[in-house]
Design a protein around this ligand. Structure first.
Ligand code: GLU
Length: 251
C-alpha cells in the first residue's frame, strides 16, 4: 500500500510568512493523522531571486514550528534534467511553441488589434496568437539568431489532444473524507509559459513533474493557487502523470 504523501513546497525568495506557516502546519498535521509522509521541497528554479540564506531560514522556521520532514529534501535547482525531459516531450509532440514577444510588443499588438482583449485570472493579457502562427522555418531562424523566447503551451492544441473535459478532485474539508470534482479551465490562462530559453522549466512544469516523481498524493496549499490547478492538471494529462487530490485552504 502506498502511504498518503503530503508536501510543503516553499520558494526561498523571501522570508516565510504566516500563510506559509499555516500551510506547513496543516500538511504536517494531516500527514501525521493519516499515517502518511511529509515531504519538503525547495522550489528554487528562479536562481536569481532564491538565496541560500532564505533557504536556511526556511529550515530554521520549520524546526521552530516543530515540523519534521523526510530527508532528503528535494531542491528543484538540482533537477533541471527531469524538467528538460518533460519539456522535450512537449516540444516533440508540438504542444509548445517558442514565443518571442516582449511585454512591450504584447502591449503594442493588443493596442493595434483594437479589440477588447481577454485577461488571465491574475489580470495579465492573454498571449497574442501571432507566434503560434509562425512557420517552422521562421522559428528556427529566430532561435538560431539567439532571439530571447519562452516556451508556451499551445492550450488549444493541448485540450484537443486530451479530448475530454478536465477535472480535479478537491477535498471538501480538512477531514479529507470527501472530495468534489472541479472543472479545470486552463484556457482562462491562455498559452502559459512552461519553460524559458535559459531555464528548461517554469513553476507549473516543475510542480507537476516533482509531485509525480515524489509520489505526492495530497496537494495541500493556499487558495491563492486554486486556479493554477487548472494548468497543472492539463500538464499532468499531457505528460501521463498521476493526478493528486487537492485541498486549497483559506489564506
Ligand atoms: N512554491 C509555491 C509557493 O511558494 C507553492 C507551490 C505549490 O504548493 O504547489 O507559492
Amino acid at each position: 500500500m502506498t502511504l498518503p504523501t503530503f508536501r510543503f513546497a516553499p520558494s526561498p525568495n523571501g522570508a516565510l510568512h504566516l500563510g506559509h506557516a499555516c500551510s506547513a502546519l496543516l500538511n504536517a498535521r494531516l500527514a501525521s493523522q493519516t499515517g502518511g509522509r511529509m515531504l519538503l521541497r525547495i522550489e528554487d528554479i528562479d536562481t536569481t531571486r532564491c538565496t541560500p540564506e532564505f533557504e536556511a531560514a526556511i529550515y530554521r522556521d520549520l524546526e521552530w514550528l516543530g515540523i519534521r520532514w523526510e530527508m532528503p529534501v528535494r531542491r528543484q535547482s538540482e533537477h533541471f534534467a527531469d524538467y528538460r525531459e518533460a519539456l522535450d516531450r512537449l516540444i516533440a509532440e508540438g504542444l509548445v511553441y517558442p514565443a518571442f514577444m516582449s511585454r512591450g510588443e504584447i502591449r503594442a499588438f493588443i493596442a493595434q488589434s483594437g479589440k477588447k482583449w481577454p485577461h488571465d485570472p491574475d489580470g495579465a493579457p492573454l498571449y497574442p496568437p501571432a507566434d503560434k502562427a509562425l512557420s517552422e522555418r521562421e522559428r528556427k531562424r529566430r532561435m538560431a539568431e539567439g532571439a530571447p523566447f519562452a516556451w508556451r503551451l499551445d492550450v488549444a492544441a493541448a485540450l484537443d489532444r486530451i479530448g475530454n473535459s478536465l477535472y480535479w478532485e478537491e477535498f471538501t474539508d480538512e477531514t479529507l473524507t470527501a472530495t468534489h470534482r472541479i472543472e479545470a479551465e486552463p484556457q482562462s490562462w491562455g498559452d502559459v509559459i512552461v519553460a524559458r530559453k535559459e531555464v528548461p522549466t517554469s513553476y507549473h512544469l516543475a510542480v507537476v513533474v516533482d509531485d509525480a516523481i515524489q509520489g505526492v498524493s495530497h496537494v495541500v496549499r493556499g487558495r491563492d493557487l486554486y486556479l493554477a490547478t487548472s494548468v497543472q492538471r492539463l500538464l499532468q494529462e499531457l505528460l501521463g502523470l498521476p493526478a493528486p487530490r487537492y485541498l486549497h485552504h483559506r489564506l
